[in-house]
Design a binder for this molecule. Structure first.
Ligand SMILES: C[S@@+](CC[C@H](N)C(=O)[O-])C[C@H]1O[C@@H](n2cnc3c(N)ncnc32)[C@H](O)[C@@H]1O
Length: 374
């Protein structure tokens, strides 16, 4: 591979992490700003880096502020006043934080009317402790926390659990799974054992023959550890044929979770799994995207009839979107495999499946119809 390509791929793989962050934030900020309830949003970037990559690409602080600025100006254009958005950037290295501050000024990315802007140079552990104390006290406020360390050693599963416990925070965590997996293959270091022990008993941890199975096992362990109140998903970043990193997303709210799934399907239109160094080339065949999910949905509906609310939640927890479930259900309806019943034996129009948060949030509407396989 020519040197230039290697460089470009490396840069691309770093940039895709913040691209997902930006796409998600755009959706998250739009939803929260229009929920008619939230008065303030806090964004915490706890390992913020220096703001600009060597080639001029923008790191997380600039990506975050660009989304805040965008939202503000589209809101102002619509003559609408949204919640204040308070951004906090932290990095242990003071010089980096100074650079972030300077580039925000040069690029005119912040105006006081957005909300507050704060810079700190503390250890991550201290920041997390403060957040765990303050989050439960927030009223009509929400928080988004981005955790992007170089290594996993300072990351504790219990901290993630405590950040989520308030029900007010979403967390996006980058983990260098490649190095964790590689260590695992060469004899597990104590730090990794400790990390896993927090999530599950180490004796239950299976050997992994690929970084993919390591990521899957970790995701399942996080799900079991956090319980059904929370939502967990991953976005993989495959830098080259042997190297896979991973972003973990944690949410206490199904709507926030759906926004993250939309963001990942926007980047990986094929499988909704992640980014691949050779590009995620689109295919025209819908079936290829939903193959695995079709079997999962069939198994879910085979055991018993399920309501639209149950199918909506199942779809998201499986990493798919309502549009995927709608397509499959429609096919089954066409071929006579699926029966859709109205709650009080009302007649249901063809192709009306009511899979969406607008139905899910209402106790009656989440049982508008039920699905049964013939
Ligand atoms: C992967 S980089 C962050 C990149 C940044 N999010 C971006 O998008 O450009 C990790 C950062 O963590 C900082 N760091 C290392 N140890 C830390 C700690 N204990 N607490 C806070 N920051 C730390 C490093 O200085 C480094 O800038």
């Amino acid at each position: 591979m020519p040197k230039q390509d290697v460089k470009r791929n490396l840069l691309e793989h770093s940039a895709v992490k913040v691209r997902l962050l930006g796409i998600y934030l755009k959706r998250y900020l739009n939803i929260i700003s229009n929920d008619g309830y939230t008065e303030k949003i806090w964004i915490h970037d706890l390992f913020c880096g220096e703001g600009i990559y060597e080639n001029g690409g923008e790191g997380s602080p600039l990506v975050i502020l660009r989304e805040v600025k965008d939202l503000h100006f589209t809101g102002v254009a619509r003559d609408k006043k949204g919640p204040l958005i308070d951004c906090h950037f932290n990095d242990l290295e003071g010089e980096k934080v100074k650079k972030v501050e300077a580039s925000i000024k040069v690029k005119s990315l912040y105006y006081p009317r957005f909300g507050g802007l704060r810079f700190t140079t503390n250890d991550y552990k201290q920041e997390v402790k403060e957040l765990i104390d303050t989050l439960p006290k927030l009223k009509k406020q929400k928080a988004f926390i981005f955790i992007d360390p170089y290594d996993y050693k300072s990351i504790k599963a219990n901290d993630i659990k405590d950040l989520l416990a308030s029900g007010k925070a979403e967390v996006l965590l980058f983990l260098p799974t490649q190095f964790m997996y590689r260590f695992h293959a060469n004899g597990t270091p104590e730090a990794l054992k400790d990390f896993i022990e927090e999530l599950t008993e180490y004796k239950n941890w299976r050997e992994n023959d690929s970084p993919w199975s390591f990521i899957d096992q970790l995701k399942e362990a996080f799900r079991a550890f956090l319980g059904s109140r929370f939502f967990v998903d991953t976005f993989t970043i495959q830098k080259d044929s042997n190297t896979v990193f991973c972003l973990f997303f944690f949410s206490s709210h199904i709507k926030g979770f759906e926004k993250m799934l939309e963001a990942k399907w926007e980047i990986d239109t094929e499988q909704g799994k992640g980014w691949h160094f050779s590009g995620n080339n689109p295919t025209l065949f819908f079936d290829q995207k939903t193959n695995g999910f079709q079997d999962m949905l069939k198994a879910f509906l085979t055991t018993k009839a399920r309501t639209n609310g149950e199918v909506y939640e199942f779809t998201l927890r499986s990493g798919f979107l309502p549009k995927h479930a709608n397509e499959i259900l429609h096919n089954w309806q066409q071929t006579g495999l699926l029966k859709v019943n109205g709650r009080n034996s009302e007649k249901v129009r063809k192709r009306s499946f009511y899979l969406g948060y607008q139905y899910y949030k209402d106790d009656n509407d989440k049982q508008k119809v039920s699905f049964k396989l013939n």
